[in-house]
Write a protein that binds this ligand. Structure first.
Ligand SMILES: Nc1ncnc2c1ncn2[C@@H]1O[C@H](COP(=O)(O)OP(=O)(O)O)[C@@H](O)[C@H]1O
Ligand SMILES: [Mg+2]
Length: 336
């Protein structure tokens, strides 16, 4: 079942021109001159129950705008969108009961209250039953290690602690669907890791559908098998990380330690990247032969001590993808 369906969604922001001064403000009101900016352009996708999807793109690509429309905060300029069967901005109250939202840059906590009080208020506002609340609280307290600071006021927490609390709070009412906008932004490695592991558990064990925006590729690798990539408001890729690797040509790094200098090695698809004495790093673009065949061939002809193979990380994969898109764009313009 599709829990999210987005159909030709466009969002255009209209910014009214302001003239300075008192006379200016009267003039602003009278002329109402504005500029328009399309943040999201004709985007369609659907997400099934239980999926974990990464919504990826550079700054300004329109990720937050999409999340705000999906949570009913913003109204689309065009297109149709259904979340859990209803139109988000028309069913905000109903949606709130089944959706959890975390904004990395904006807190939903009461700044001066101890964490526990924020949780209790949340329980009251969302009318969460005592057993559900207790269960979820216990689950989050343990897996997010909240115990040490649960009685501190929110303003005294570190960013990493606060994010853990935000995520816990978003899950207290047992939502079916969790939206997170840049949940790991600005966090240290340890805090990021804990949050990633937690989200993976929530998705696998509690079957909560997750959509998160990020520009951190590790978030994807660890939480989301599927990614949707946007660029300048447009959807440019929707599929698995694996499929993108296939499409761009699977590139591997092969690191070989030689016993003695091998000289130049010629092999289709092989490029020397880096040399540190007898350790040489090659880039291998898979063609007719597999990387395994490559390494065996080299080992049979040269004095190889050791070899290791690394997959290209998602970051460099996506970078290559953007480069290819820019190139295609240029070619199309030349033709057109
Ligand atoms: N409230 C707003 N008014 C006008 N323009 C906006 C507003 N919010 C975002 N934008 C513009 O829309 C584009 C997409 O923004 P956003 O959705 O925040 O991107 P992302 O989250 O991917 O960084 C940006 O160019 C941004 O400047
Ligand atoms: Mg954003």
């Amino acid at each position: 079942m599709d829990i999210i369906s987005v159909n030709g969604i466009t969002k255009t922001y209209r910014q009214y021109r302001r003239f300075p001064g008192l006379i200016g403000s009267v003039r602003s009101l009278l002329t109402r001159q504005y500029t328009e900016e399309t943040a999201v352009r004709d985007i369609s996708f659907s997400i099934r129950e239980g999926e974990a999807v990464g919504y990826l793109g550079p700054n300004g690509a329109g990720k937050s705008t999409m999340i705000k429309m999906m949570t009913g905060i913003l109204v689309p300029t065009a297109g149709e969108m259904h979340i859990l069967g209803s139109v988000p901005h028309e069913a905000r109250k109903m949606n709130a009961q089944h959706i959890g939202v975390v904004f990395g840059q904006r807190s939903q906590l009461w700044w001066d209250l101890p964490v526990m009080d924020s949780f209790e208020l949340h329980k009251y506002i969302y009318k969460i039953s005592a057993p559900t609340y207790q269960n979820n609280l216990k689950f989050c307290m343990e897996l997010l290690s909240l115990r040490d600071f649960i009685h501190k006021p929110v303003r005294q927490l570190s960013l990493g602690q606060r994010m853990r609390v935000e995520i816990a709070m978003a899950l207290l009412h047992d939502p079916k669907l969790l939206f997170l906008d840049e949940p790991t932004i600005g966090l240290d490695v340890m805090a990021k890791d804990q949050i990633r592991q937690f989200l993976r558990t929530v998705n696998r064990d509690k079957k909560v559908t997750i959509l998160l925006t990020t520009h951190d590729m590790k978030d994807l690798e660890e939480i989301c098998p599927r990614m949707i990539v946007v660029n300048k408001g447009t959807l440019v890729y929707d599929g698995s990380v694996l499929k993108l690797r296939d499409r761009l040509g699977d590139e591997r790094r092969v690191v070989i330690d030689f016993r003695e200098e091998p000289g130049t090695i010629e092999f289709p698809g092989l490029t020397l990247l880096q040399e540190e004495g007898l350790r040489k790093t090659y880039l291998f673009a898979r063609g007719e032969s597999t990387v395994f065949e490559l390494v065996s061939r080299i080992a049979s002809q040269y004095p190889v001590e050791d070899a290791s193979i690394e997959s290209e990380d998602i970051e460099s994969l996506i970078r290559r993808y953007y480069q290819q898109l820019a190139l295609d764009d240029m070619r199309n313009r030349d033709i057109g």
